[in-house]
Design a protein around this ligand. Structure first.
Ligand code: URA
Length: 223
């Protein structure tokens, strides 16, 4: 089957986008995956978290960040004073990419072509949400949204002014000015929760505390 570029419908809200994305054929990842894992959270969310792609449990359940990485994220958000239920959580790529083995499905990082193919969905999410703060969880999201040369280790935890691509498109169009868009959107990149889980035992508390410290910067920006 040929790939069909993603073309998110406009004016349908997050639920309409989710329905449309369920049938996405913009890359080949849909076929072995169980389902599209679209973003989740209220349309009124002021903050958007962008991960890499769903993992094994997310693929089965159809929800982002509900596996081990999601549990760590939940704990870190709580420790930073951010309600997950007030935030919108999504991924740069919305299908699980994996190598099947007899025992389990092994996560494979998405390629540049998958990130590119999936990007219209992310832009459409931004366009609806008009977030005040966008948080990149890990290098995949940061490279996709900030710059290919972005290095988490060097540049994490810093709020930067940033214009979401979907919102910029809305402003450039001949529509009415976007009155509900915030005057400024901020971007911050931090470690991926899975990366924290991979840190050896002895150093993991420090890695976790660094994640929470970055999330406190986010909480401060929303206060
Ligand atoms: N890792 C991600 O990047 N996203 C998820 O939804 C789960 C794990």
């Amino acid at each position: 089957q040929e790939n069909v570029p993603a073309s998110p419908p406009s004016g349908v809200g997050l639920d309409g986008l989710r329905q449309a994305a369920a049938g996405c054929r913009a890359c080949e990842l849909w076929e072995p995956a169980t389902q599209t894992v679209f973003g989740e959270g209220p349309e009124t969310a002021r903050i958007v978290f962008v991960g890499e792609q769903p993992g094994d449990q997310e693929d089965r359940r159809g929800e982002p960040f509900v596996g081990p990485a999601g549990r760590l994220l939940d704990r870190a958000l709580a420790d930073a004073g951010i309600e997950r239920g007030d935030a919108y959580v999504t991924n740069a790529v919305k299908h699980f990419r994996f190598t099947p083995t007899a025992k389990r499905r092994i996560h494979q990082s998405p390629g540049a072509e998958h990130i590119r193919a999936c990007r219209p969905w992310l832009e459409a999410e931004f366009e609806v949400l008009k977030p005040e703060v966008v948080v990149c969880l890990g290098a995949t999201a940061a490279k996709a949204l900030i710059s290919p040369s972005f290095r988490i280790t060097r540049e994490r935890g810093v709020l930067m002014p940033w214009t979401p691509p979907g919102v910029a498109r809305a402003e450039a169009g001949d529509d009415e000015p976007d009155e509900d868009a915030p005057a400024q959107t901020w971007m911050l990149a931090t470690a991926h929760p899975s990366a924290v889980l991979r840190v050896p035992d002895a150093d993991r508390p420090k890695a976790y505390d660094a994640l929470v410290a970055d999330l406190r910067v986010v909480a401060g920006a929303l206060a």
